[in-house]
Design a protein around this ligand. Sequence first.
Ligand code: ADP
Length: 404
Amino acid sequence: MDKILVLNSGSTSVKFQLFNMEKGYHEVITKGMVDRIGLAGSKIIVKADNEHDFTMETPINNHKDAIKVVLDYLLKKHLKNTDELSAVGHRMGHGGEYFDKSVIIDEDVMEKIYDTIPLIPLHGPAFVHGLEAVTELLPNKVQVATFDSAYHQSMKKSAYLYAIPEEYYKNHRIRRYGFHGTSHNYISHITKDILGFQGKVISCHLGGGASICAIDKGKSVDTTMGYTPSAGIIMSTRSGDMDPYIPLHIMKTQNKTADEVNTMFNKQSGMFGLTNGHSDMRDIIESAENGDKDCAFAIEAYVYSLVKTIGAYIAVLGGIDALVFTAGIGENSPLIRRKVCERLSYLGLNLDEEKNNLRPAPQEITTSDSKVKVLVIPANEELMIAEETFELISELKDKEAMAV
Ligand code: ADP
């Protein structure tokens, strides 16, 4: 049995999923998270154990402690020993221009990963702490890194280069990288299975953070997030795209520091900024239904930002075969899907209202005569990481077998 542990290390949390991967088949054995690392009340929460869910509070000072707690739990309940674990797959934030796919960790890869930390100073160190912790705790275990930016390395220079002096690209690596790549890649794979061919796909990952990706024949052609995940469509608390002079103007005239302006655009803007403090789309929809005008306006602005981007990406792709909704809002909000699809009816896109309103929504929510298919696909970045890890260790085993 091939068991793969997938880890997603954040600054104060580690999410984990243990997969059983067999050729053409996978099963989530257990999943959960360690929360509040380095803070009071740190704990491990197991959400989907086959037998029962549980929470255990215990002091957890750093990522090594956190992963040790996860391994102890797995050894108690799901693994006879750590040899049963074929590999550990890590979600990594940034691969810079080094990585366009998942890779097995070795010294050279580690050096490149360290070199990408300045590109993602806030979240980069946590991802690396997760990797280092596994290296210490399971020194001989194969580890794989899957990068959030890697899928978008297929973008052409015209899509990724900003129109600023080129020295900022050449000397400071400033360009569009894009994120949510593992999710968009997963959507591309599942959509191909549904369509039966690799077509022109627009993938809308609408969670708290949100991005849209234009995909042609399985490859990312363009995406809304940029040098950082702050760019693109309106998000829960991030403004998305705006005039680049605005932050400078605010700093100059309101006497604010770069950090203060950063907090304002990333934590107090987007839907939160437009609604006087609501960031959860469920609350916003409910308040709008109860007559809150700001919330109603914010929904219109959100939909407008999606439709404008989808229109641009249809132009970039030269058409569209499938529009896909994924992540919290994409999977769960019939209202947002309907409002977006209504404005795309000129394409011959016919939403099936009944299917759109079913919860959970079926995979396809358009009528059989619709010229564009609209799909709802649950996000599953962890499975994508597990599959890529499994593929890489299978290749490694084949190579080792040939060498013998
Ligand atoms: P992230 O991991 O980026 O925080 P998720 O993919 O979990 O995000 O999505 C979170 C968002 O999904 C929240 O804004 C939440 O309001 C929204 N969401 C969840 N369920 C619904 C629903 N039924 N209707 C509208 N929005 C929803």
